[in-house]
Each structure stands twice: as structure tokens, then as C-alpha cells.
Design a protein. Structure first.
Length: 168
């Protein structure tokens, strides 16, 4: 009985190891790497970036730090899926590629999710307890997102305002 179990277990482990290396059902998520700063072209202070780097960048940027367990299937598949989904909602590495309207939409959704403690995801916090946001950090991010949305609206309004014809 033990011999039969061993003859089944070993090939299963080998197959799992091969899948870990070769199979990436969510595409080349780990290949996307950026050296650009987070929130390029946004207005913020260093405290905002510190909070985002600690609590958001692993899933919402191309500066993800991939732990060893993220290379072993099926855990790697779950993590790659979470990162791919996170980046599709908000990619802090490509912030300046979003239109001002899209930035406002993302900031609104982000502030709501953070304020309601839906982000960072509770399962992420199980392995990364240092990413948990304090009440003060939640309030700070909320206020920053609110003021950044206001700034973006003011810029959009100024661009839409009619310009004088300059002497015609």
C-alpha cells in the first residue's frame, strides 16, 4: 500500500512542479515590470506614496514583489489572478495613461473601498499583515483621493472654458 501511494505521489509532485513553471493561465503577469514612479503626474505627498507602496503596489502596480510561494502552483495561479485583476482595476504604474475622467472614477472607487475596509483584500492581509491600513491612513487616503479628484475636475473645467480671442 505504501509503495503504491509513493508511486502515485512522486509523479503527482513532479507534474505539479512542471505546471508551476510552465502554466500561467492569466498571462505573463510577472513579466510586466516598471521602473516608473507610482502615480506619475498626480499631485501627492510622500506619505501617500508610502501608504500605497506598503498596502497597494503589490496588486495594483508593476512593482510587485513576488514571494517564493507565488511560483508554486496552484498558489501562483491564485496570486497571478489577483494581481492581474488588481491591475485591471487600477495600475499605479500607468497612472498617467488614464484619462482625467478615468482617474477620477478610479479615485472615487478606491476611496470607497478603502474607507469600507474592502481593500486591501482580507486574504492578502493574512499573509501581509503590515499592509493593513490604520484608521488614520484610511482617513488620509480618503482625503487625498477627494482633493485629487477636485484638482482633476478643476483642470478639466479650465480646459473646457472658452478662451478669449485676444483682440479680434
Amino acid at each position: 500500500m505504501k509503495r503504491r501511494f509513493g508511486s502515485i505521489l512522486l509523479p503527482g509532485v513532479v507534474l505539479l512542479a512542471i505546471c508551476s513553471v510552465l502554466v500561467h493561465p492569466f498571462g505573463p503577469v510577472k513579466a510586466l515590470v516598471s521602473d516608473k514612479p507610482l502615480l506619475l503626474d498626480a499631485t501627492f505627498n510622500p506619505q501617500v506614496v508610502k501608504i500605497l507602496e506598503r498596502s497597494c503596489q503589490n496588486c495594483h502596480s508593476e512593482k510587485t514583489e513576488w514571494p517564493l510561494y507565488s511560483y508554486v502552483a496552484p498558489m501562483s495561479w491564485m496570486i497571478e489572478n489577483d494581481v492581474e485583476r488588481g491591475r485591471s482595476h487600477m495600475n499605479l504604474s500607468r497612472w498617467n495613461g488614464y484619462s482625467p475622467e478615468k482617474q477620477q472614477e478610479i479615485l472615487s472607487e478606491m476611496s470607497s473601498l478603502v474607507r469600507n475596509r474592502a481593500m486591501p483584500l482580507p486574504r492578502y492581509l493574512l499573509l501581509h499583515p503590515d499592509a493593513k491600513l490604520s484608521d488614520a491612513e484610511v482617513a488620509y487616503l480618503y482625503q487625498w483621493a477627494r482633493s485629487e479628484r477636485r484638482r482633476l475636475r478643476a483642470i478639466a473645467a479650465a480646459e473646457k472654458a472658452p478662451t478669449s480671442s485676444g483682440g479680434q
